[in-house]
Design a protein around this ligand. Structure first.
Ligand SMILES: Cc1ncc(COP(=O)(O)O)c(C=O)c1O
Length: 307
């Protein structure tokens, strides 16, 4: 969009995010160029705007989403905010099932957009929310449009047709490595799948938490979770497990050294980028920063001691 133009609606501003140069590892690895998609530039503040819009518009095209239906899904937060924003913009009711312990900012945001929240047991994590939404939909199937972000190919397509194409254009196809975290796996599977389709030599690394008890909101430890139907291990050259504390440290560091206030999962992406840089020594590495750190202020991410 050029400056000074009028945009038809807020959903038209989803996607086409900036690709930022990240310089924090430059001194140690001068021949590794690092770039990150700044996904908090989406109007709902995260990468999940892309998936939500894609799944909702796919439902409209298929006739599965009609004006009297309520959009329902389980979400650890960012997808909920995205559904709430897109639902409000398009005039649909939105009901979200989320674990009771998601951050206060996230709850407040979806309520601000007029969505309804149903809380699931925090001890059961995101899987508990999935099971609860399935029960609600089974009880009243005609009332709801259930995009099911873990199984919906339109989630993957948002990145296959959007994120990946943008990365190719923004790097003038120089990208050699792609690194991204796994939640629903939509970002990774769609982006890595397209990048490999365009250039089979692009090396792809998926990042998950190191174990099931972790503090990396938005990411899933696949060996102990319900594995998303859209997960395609065939597009990942490697899957790495990231420890929580180093990811937090890097999220804090990138705010202080580069002015990029990012969330925990961006810290995990940086952890993998640094590990990758140690082995390749040269390359054009692209990663995804899924959301901003202002969503996590109440979790104390930035309040801890200086590093
Ligand atoms: C903060 C954050 N990071 C990463 C992800 C992972 O993205 P995806 O669901 O596309 O795998 C999510 C997904 O909800 C998220 O909220």
């Amino acid at each position: 969009m050029t400056q000074g133009t009028v945009t038809a609606g807020i959903t038209r501003l989803i996607g086409n995010t900036p690709l930022l140069r990240v310089r924090m590892f430059e001194r140690d690895f001068p021949h590794v160029e690092v770039y990150a998609k700044a996904e908090w530039f989406n109007p709902g503040g995260s990468v999940k705007d892309r998936a939500a819009l894609s799944m909702i518009e796919d439902g409209e095209r298929r006739g599965a989403l009609t004006p009297e239906k309520t959009i329902i899904d389980s979400t650890s937060g960012n997808t909920g905010i995205a559904y709430a924003l897109v639902g409000a913009a398009k005039g649909y009711g939105v009901k979200l099932v989320m674990p009771g312990n998601v951050s206060a900012e996230r709850k407040a945001l979806v309520i601000a957009y007029g969505a309804e929240i149903v809380y699931s047991d925090p001890l059961e994590g995101s899987d508990g929310a999935v099971l609860m939404v399935r029960q609600l939909v089974a009880a009243e199937p005609d009332r709801y449009f259930y995009p099911d972000q873990y199984s919906n190919p339109a989630n993957v397509r948002a990145h296959y047709e959007g994120t990946a194409v943008e990365i190719l254009e923004q790097t003038t196809r120089r990208v050699t490595h792609f690194v991204a975290g796994l939640g629903t796996t939509g970002t990774f599977v769609g982006t890595a799948g397209r990048l490999k389709h365009e250039n089979a030599s692009i090396h792809t690394i998926a990042v998950q938490p190191e174990d099931s008890f972790h503090g990396l909101e938005g990411l899933k430890h696949l060996p102990t979770a319900i594995v998303p139907k859209i997960w395609d291990p065939g597009v990942a050259d490697e899957v790495w497990g990231c420890p929580t504390e180093p990811a937090y440290d890097l999220a804090r560091a990138v705010a202080r050294t580069e002015g990029l206030l990012v969330g925990h999962s961006s810290g995990a992406a940086l952890w993998a980028v640094r590990r990758l840089a140690e082995t390749i020594r040269e390359g054009v590495v692209v990663t995804v920063f899924p959301d901003s750190g202002d969503r996590y202020i109440s979790t104390g991410l930035y309040g801890a001691k200086s590093k």
